[in-house]
Design a protein around this ligand. Structure first.
Ligand code: GDP
Length: 385
């Protein structure tokens, strides 16, 4: 998980940091740098200042010498003065170069330069399927912490990392939802869950995982073979039902999916089943007939919870699909499947922020137990760039 993204972000941060840290004091970019440049370009001005101070010191020393006249040899007095002049010169130089070093170590980045630098990171995020709105948020946050502020070159790396981590944590800010807890708290039975998603996204597989989870939580289950469109969809869910020892309600291929769902709920009511899990057809999310069909299921069946199944590996497309399904049919939560084969992770980062829907679980394999809770802290840990 995030293997590719993590690497890319790391590389981008390194490049930006290197560019800021090693960048020479640019001529005429910043006021404070300009001042120092002037000083460097005109050492005569500095020398003049030291000379003035030295002559003051000489005057002072001469007075002291006069007071102690007779005690010291003239040559020794001159030597002493020379030493003090040198000391003074050294102190002046040290102070000046110390200050200059500080100025060089601190940089201010303006908006234009920031946009140029952020491009590295933008590219890394785009390559890893992170949605444009999410990139804009990350960019805005980073801009706030870095632009037009004195930034120590040695701290650029940690400032970028801190800002990125905070942005990503904000992205996961949607309140967590525990589906099993919701089912248990709902007194009315059966609790009806309908699953939406495009063909091959993992609906049927995920339904079997949720059924398994329900059984492990002492909740009885019935499955509805609502996908009467896709070839072999009915046989697939029947096989999963057999494996779980759970009843599957089905009609013929081409039958009205709402009728199948209706019969499944009826079966649950007459057999005192706790949870109804309804499969539906996928086809294309842009298919108007499909959306009509799904809306009809929702209208007639009135499910307690609608879950959208999204394939993590298709990245931003999964986010767009989720938005379409939510607008057209309405969804309450999302399960992201195939995260075990997704090395980019852009969908995981973008999904919650853009849809404002909770991610319930992550599908992490083809087995019945390959269902993980979505844990933002765990995500951040995995993303430890
Ligand atoms: P449906 O058309 O939406 O019902 O999709 P299926 O449940 O038939 O899944 C399509 C394919 O994806 C099957 O080969 C599943 O085994 C596979 N699949 C589903 N979920 C996951 C997952 O989390 N990880 C992996 N690696 N494969 C999955």
């Amino acid at each position: 998980m995030f293997k590719f993204l993590k690497e890319k972000i790391k590389q981008a941060i390194e490049k930006i940091t290197h560019r800021i840290e090693t960048k020479e004091v640019p001529k005429g970019i910043k006021e404070e740098d300009k001042l120092d440049e002037k000083a460097v370009e005109k050492p005569a001005a500095v020398e003049e200042k030291i000379e003035k101070d030295v002559s003051k010191l000489e005057e002072h020393e001469k007075l002291e010498v006069k007071e102690e006249a007779g005690k010291l040899e003239k040559a020794a007095v001159i030597e002493e003065i020379a030493e003090k002049i040198e000391e003074k010169e050294q102190a002046e130089k040290k102070g000046f170069f110390g200050k200059l070093k500080e100025k060089i170590a601190t940089r201010k980045i303006d908006g234009k330069e920031f946009n140029e630098l952020f491009w590295e990171l933008e590219l890394a995020l785009l390559e890893n399927n992170v949605a444009v709105e999410v990139i804009d948020k990350i960019k805005g946050d980073l801009r706030m912490s870095i632009v037009d502020k004195p930034v120590k070159r040695s701290e650029v790396d940690s400032i970028i990392q801190r800002s990125l981590k905070k942005s990503i944590r904000d992205l996961f800010g949607i309140a967590k939802v525990d589906l099993i807890d919701i089912i248990k708290r709902e007194k009315e039975r059966p609790f009806i869950i309908v699953f939406f998603g495009t063909n091959g996204s993992g609906k049927t597989t995920t339904i079997s995982k949720i059924a398994n989870l329900c059984l492990n939580n002492n909740l009885s289950v019935v499955l509805g073979a609502g996908d009467s469109f896709r070839k072999a969809a009915i046989e697939q869910i029947e096989e999963l039902g057999r494996r779980l020892n759970v009843r599957v309600i089905k009609h013929q291929y081409g039958a009205d999916p709402t009728a199948v769902c209706f019969d499944t709920v009826k079966f649950a009511r007459t057999h005192n089943i706790d949870v109804v899990l309804l499969d539906t057809a996928g086809r294309q999310h842009s298919n108007r007939n499909l959306m009509e069909e799904l809306r009809k299921i929702k209208r007639v069946i009135k499910p307690d919870f609608s879950v959208f199944i999204a394939e993590s590996i298709i990245g931003n497309d999964a986010v767009i699909q989720a938005k379409v399904f939510d607008n057209e049919v309405g969804i309450d939560g999302i399960i992201l499947t195939k995260v075990d084969v997704d090395e980019k992770g852009g969908a995981m980062i973008s999904m919650g922020y853009i849809t404002r829907k909770p991610i319930l679980y992550l599908g992490s394999g083809q087995g019945l137990n390959d269902l993980k809770e979505f844990n933002p802290d765990n995500m951040l840990e995995q993303l430890n760039f």
